[in-house]
Structures are given as C-alpha cells and as structure tokens.
Design a protein around this ligand. Structure first.
Ligand SMILES: CC(C)(COP(=O)(O)OP(=O)(O)OC[C@H]1O[C@@H](n2cnc3c(N)ncnc32)[C@H](O)[C@@H]1OP(=O)(O)O)[C@@H](O)C(=O)NCCC(=O)NCCS
Length: 182
C-alpha cells in the first residue's frame, strides 16, 4: 500500500505516488531539459513503474528513505517531489516539474506545503537541497523559498562524464517559523 501525507494548496494537491502516475512521470522525466541536471539520462515507463513500486511500504519519516509525492492539479500530474529523511531531524528535498507546467509558481507552491509538513507536522530542524551549480531555475527556486546558499562545492561530483560543481541550500525551522509569523 502507498502511504503518506496529502498536502493541499490553493492550486495543488500533493499525494503519494499511484501506479497510474508512471506514464505521466516517464513522459516528462525523459525529456532532455528535465534530465539535464538530474541523476538519470533516460527515464522509461519501466523506470517510472519501478519508482512507484519502490514506494510500496515506505513509511514516511523513516531515516534513510525517500518519500515521493505526486504534484497534481485538477488536470492531473504536473510533477513530483522527493522528501529524503536524512536522520531524525533533517531532510533533503528534490523536485521535478513537467516543462509544460513550469513558470507558473507550482514548484514553489508545492515546496512551501512540503516545508510546512516537514517543519510543522514532523518537527524537523533543518531542510537542505543540493543542486547542480549550472541549474539556475533550481537555485532561483530555493532562493525564492528563503533557503540560504551555504556551500559551493567545486568539482566535487562526477556527473554525466565530467566533474561538476554543486550548491548546498539550507533552511532552519526557526527561519521558517519567523517567516510564517510575519
Ligand atoms: C527546478 C524547477 C522545478 C523550477 O520550476 P519553475 O517553474 O521555474 O519554478 P516555479 O514553479 O516556482 O515557478 C516560478 C516561475 O513562475 C512564475 N510565475 C508565474 N505565475 C506565478 C504564480 N502565480 N505564482 C508564482 N510564480 C509564478 C515566476 O515569476 C517564476 O518565473 P521566472 O523563473 O521567470 O522568474 C524546474 O526548472 C524543473 O523541474 N527542472 C528540472 C528538474 C530539476 O532540475 N530539478 C531540480 C532538482 S533539485
């Protein structure tokens, strides 16, 4: 059984992945513009089915696991996000949007709901995100969400045939609470 939170925003519902999501997820994850700074080169329907199947039995907030959520509108799946529970108090985020639905604020809106869940419901202390240093839309997204760029790692990762740079972004619970109180 696929378990996990259902998070609602003005325009979106974030929910655990379902088997029917495999088609749309493969559709956008296999696009070169989407894959460019991600861990995959290609993403087939079978890869997407494995991603969904791997979520079976995942218990949210278990250290060492990823919880994948579908980002949906009334029209269906527009993207997905991953919550990586690093330890009891810290989590890492990843997010992917179908290019047909980028540039509308969906990623920021989705991740604000995820941050409310992580800092609010789950009481996390710190949330981080690692981006390829060339991935400007991802850096802009985390800066928009109030994350601090804490590190620029230089040629630290072997990525798609060469050494690449990464940024580390982070946000603390007290910063999230302060902004929520404004
Ligand atoms: C990273 C990624 C999710 C960012 O998507 P995005 O669409 O740029 O981000 P948002 O959904 O928050 O949208 C913000 C844009 O929508 C615009 N926008 C339009 N309507 C808006 C609204 N109602 N509310 C907020 N923003 C709106 C903003 O002005 C902004 O545009 P700009 O970038 O031209 O300034 C996307 O580029 C992506 O999926 N990339 C491929 C996967 C990837 O590399 N992921 C990163 C791994 S960590």
């Amino acid at each position: 059984m696929l378990t996990g939170p259902v998070l609602r925003t003005d325009r979106l519902v974030l929910r655990p992945l379902a088997p029917a999501d495999a088609g749309p997820i493969a559709g956008y994850r296999s696009l070169p513009d989407v894959a460019r700074y991600q861990s995959w080169e290609a993403f087939s329907p079978a890869d997407a089915a494995r991603l969904v199947a791997a979520q079976l039995g995942v218990v949210p907030d278990t250290p060492g696991t990823w919880l994948q959520l579908a980002i949906t509108t009334d029209g269906g799946v527009v993207g997905d996000c991953g919550l990586h529970f690093l330890d009891d108090r810290q989590a890492e985020l990843g997010v992917t949007l179908d290019p047909a639905h980028q540039g509308r604020g969906y990623a920021a809106e989705a991740l604000r709901a995820v941050l409310d869940y992580l800092f609010g419901a789950l009481g996390k202390h710190r949330v981080v995100a690692t981006t390829d240093a060339r991935n400007r839309p991802a850096a802009a997204l985390f800066e928009r969400l109030g994350f601090r760029r804490e590190a620029h790692f230089v040629r630290n990762v072997w990525f798609k045939g060469g050494w690449g740079d990464e940024f580390l972004f982070a946000r603390l619970a007290e910063e999230w609470a302060r902004d929520r109180a404004r």
